[in-house]
Design a protein around this ligand. Sequence first.
Ligand SMILES: NC(=O)c1ccc[n+]([C@@H]2O[C@H](COP(=O)([O-])OP(=O)(O)OC[C@H]3O[C@@H](n4cnc5c(N)ncnc54)[C@H](OP(=O)(O)O)[C@@H]3O)[C@@H](O)[C@H]2O)c1
Length: 295
Amino acid sequence: MPRILITGASGRLGRYLIRHLVRQERSDVVAWSGATRTPLYGIALEPVDLSDFESVERALARVRPDIIIHAAAMSRLSDCVADPARAARVNAEASGHLARLAGTTGCRMVYLSTDLVFDGSGSWYSEDAPPAPVSVYGRSKLQGEQASRAAPDSVRVRLANLFGPTLGGQPSMHDQLVTALRQRVPITLFDDEWRSPLAFPVAAAAVAAIAASPVVGLVHLGGPDRLSRLEMGLLAAEELGLDPAPIRAARRSAIPAAEPRPRDVSLDSTRWRTAFPDLWWPDYRTAVREMAARP
Ligand SMILES: NC(=O)c1ccc[n+]([C@@H]2O[C@H](COP(=O)([O-])OP(=O)(O)OC[C@H]3O[C@@H](n4cnc5c(N)ncnc54)[C@H](OP(=O)(O)O)[C@@H]3O)[C@@H](O)[C@H]2O)c1
């Protein structure tokens, strides 16, 4: 069985990845976190600060993985604005360091990137579209993509906006939406910001399949729909049988932001779909319904 190391295993996607791989029983899973220690799905979490290069080297020598799924990141945009040097260290330099180590042992590296490498002036971005990030986070993730190429056997997977309930840890936007609807607390959603949302379990299965495949280069993973934040909220309310009254529509320009918010970073997932046509690819509505029915 291949040994798969997941970094960022305690994160929103990391938890879904562990659950998926444990259920599959086709790999030996090793999980690293930033600080979290609680075991997940029977897998121990080892805190390894990726910005501490010596610790990473020692920890990696103990694990000797065949594949690294690098999901760790400083992912909150406001944290990246507050400390751009730390964002560059964690998202870019640490990714390059990990990739160089992977390269020396012939380990495969899967770098998880983001739709926010695009400026949002287009739509349905393909892998050929030139990236032009407008946020500190987006820039650091693009630098991380480039740095991850130090591992000869590497793939960079750009994920669209991920949605769904979290499996513990920080609440997701979806959790916040459902809580607001249930408690009838007003929630504001943009009607002029479009994404191609992808459900967490779908992303986890896709990333695991890509990790186990020989696919290299760049792959875009998004959902089949292009939806505004407002449309997502209204569709989720409808599918979950909740009153949409607490939802307020707003334009991006109405809410001050430290950085520009990309208008439309929907991803064209043709390359992924062509390579893995049998993987589950539900539309937004179906995914919301299925995740509620089968958490
Ligand atoms: N969620 C989305 O919508 C989305 C969309 C596009 C791309 N992505 C990308 O997908 C990946 C997973 O995202 P996510 O939403 O699961 O992120 P997340 O919930 O913010 O989790 C981040 C993970 O990184 C770990 N981490 C943070 N700093 C670290 C450090 N210095 N050293 C080691 N580990 C560190 C955290 O550990 P602790 O919590 O234990 O400290 C946590 O496990 C990221 O690369 C992100 O950029 C996410």
